[in-house]
Design a protein around this ligand. Sequence first.
Ligand code: UFG
Length: 340
Amino acid sequence: MNKKPTILVTGGAGYIGSHAALALSDASWPVVVIDNLTTGFREAVPHDVPLLVADIADQPVVETFILDHDVGAIMHFAGSVVVPESIANPLKYYHNNTAKSRSLIESAIRCGIPHFIFSSSAATYGAPAKSPVSEDTPQRPINPYGMSKLMTEIMLADVAATHPLNYCILRYFNVAGADPKARAGQSTIGATHLIKVAVEAALLKRDHVSIFGTDYDTPDGTGVRDYIHVSDLATAHVLALEALIADPATNHVLNCGYGRGFSVLEVLDAVERITNRGIVRRFEKRRAGDPGALVSDNRAILECLPWKPLHADLDEIVAHAVAWERKLGQPGGAFSNVMG
Ligand code: UFG
């Protein structure tokens, strides 16, 4: 059998990228990482994985690294991920997510990289009229984060039409949980994502959880999301890579979710159940840029890839998030303070 090519993971020191690097290593793919460590953690990259601390837009440095390591495919995770922040600071998102992706794609073309996997988002759909959402739903983002991802999707499709590169766009729904063996997890300082925030509150790292909006057109009035376990998502990347290599003439656009949704209140109930602790709930107004319900139609990924979700259970997602949070230790404690 041919030797497996090396996979470049951008943002491999971040939450999802570090799980993808683990999944690749577990499946015996050689991995290298580029991360500028603005939100990622050096400790999230295993010691035997080469890490270049650099910006993905630093083309000479990136291209030298790609050629030195004989990279055969790119998984592109690096970027900014907080929807409310994208509304407050849109240019940051068009810079970090759109402009820098353009730069990375150009480096990929210049270096002759044949396969590219891109972390896109359900946020590209905006507030779709119909749920669950299939991949052919019109993409009308309602925040700059979603727009910044959509613009990268468009660039990739245009580039692949004229250069020898195929791509897989994975549109993530709400990613949560942690590696079941607690080798990785979400370490973000000042996190805003619901499960992380709720787990921090249960473990007394915050004094309450704000519930943003109780008047949505959902069963209990709070926002409904399709929470996907980060390890199932990481596995989907490995399978997508194999599909791109097996058929270089085909591109894929796939939703990543389980096809069912939970409300904010259901998530808080699950965190209370798993931790056996109460959470102080504060009911507040809707958060700008939030759709009411966002649930995936996941038939395409189930048909296209041999993907068998292993952790599609909210309590299990929460339990893994809790285990990681306990490992992280004290309030505000950085990854590096607690891993030893
Ligand atoms: N929420 C609260 N309180 C909080 C945090 C969140 O009520 O403290 C609510 C939100 O209003 C929303 C739901 O919980 O209804 C989920 O919010 P998150 O902030 O956890 O996630 P988002 O849905 O805003 O966005 C996430 C990712 C995006 C991705 C999107 C896809 O950040 O990258 O999911 O659904 F695109």
